[in-house]
Design a protein around this ligand. Sequence first.
Ligand SMILES: [Zn+2]
Length: 476
Amino acid sequence: MTILDSSKGYQKYFEEITKIPHGSDEEKQISDFLVKVANDNNLKVVQDKVNNVIIYKDASKGYENHEPVALQAHIDMVNEKNSDSNHDFSKDPLDIYIEDGFLKARGTTLGADDGAGVAYILSVLTDSNLKHPPLIGIFTVNEEATMLGAFEIDTELIKAKRLINIDGEEEDSSMTGSAGGMDIFISEPITRDTNKTNGYKLVIRGLQGGHSGAEIHKERGNSNKILARLLHALSKEGTIQLATFNGGLKINAIPREAEATFTYSNVDKCQELVNKITEEIKKELEFTDAGLTITLENIELENTIDSKTSNDIITFLYLVPSGLRHKSDHLQGLTTASENLGIVDLTDTTFEFGLSVRGALDSYVQDLADEIITLGQCFGYKPKTDNWYPAWDYMEHSPMRDTMAKVYKEVHNGKELQLYAVHGGLECGIFKGKCPDLDIVAIGPNIYDVHTPDEKLDLASFDRTYTFLCKYLENL
Ligand SMILES: [Zn+2]
């Protein structure tokens, strides 16, 4: 007994995939399964050293002279489960069921992100009744963690100038671009006095935070920047010696909390100055981050760092840009460049700093990163960069997009396909970085609540999007 309709190739493959564990970093089994499907269907297949799989299918009759088309999906899923679920992701099949037209998995993520894409591609590759150009199915590992698969793909194996990424989550819209990015780190040695003294603790709480790609345009408060601003205001009216400064947990999350302990020479004005700046910031964030609280208390502290080093750190953090930098005039609402001061930490021996930059163009990323690096160098720091990934730049002329919009309209009775770009990083950007001529589109059926145990796949949309994909291939 199957849950899905096994007479439809993509439904049959989707159900088979749910039986194979395939969290990020655990893709060997599903990778081998893909190789087996290829072999069973006499399709040429390559499995590379990181377990990416590439499957080739000849053109159907009459399409032999058409340019090849690559179809791409990632084979890993995010393993999330409810706290009361005893599902073992390392061996248990997902417990799938249908409810009100949606496919779900009991207590866990469903892996429709990106099992739906994988199932579509397998279905297309194994169906001899379709019309299409030569096809290259690209199945990548580890998209949800490091995008290792896309980075490792050997471009010699994917000689195509057209690519359909099937990792979208909205049937009626198609992605046309994604951000590139880079992280900048500073780790600077500090020395501490051995002392015990009276001082202050300044605490920032109550901010909403959010993802540095998806939410950076919402003008939410950044706890590290707010704390630096307060300390900088104090430093103009007295001398500060920091004992601690820490805020933020992840470089790609807008920090919600931060706190610092320090001594301050101007004790009479400390509270008054904090109150004044607090009022100003609360007013600025009244409509975007109203929950902000800033508290100052007297405490005993020890082992402060000297006033010059403290002042440098405070001034540097005050000057570092963070937040929305540029937005698109062309694609409404799209952030095209931003920074996020994600992590600050004064450890016993070092000043640690982590900031991520994103940009819709690689040049934005480079320029923003250069700004931070140059600023850091002015203070004698030695900033380092890491985790670079390229942008998928919006293409003014994209025959792939034009054909897709035309076919979408035909299949959906005149309805227009929506186009959008995201300020997050995608595998498409990595492919674009490797093959600058690649014309890319991204599609997918309606999937909701991805990366959570409530993830659900709209089955009617799953059918319609497959019909659309086949029609699209016929027109390429
Ligand atoms: Zn995905």
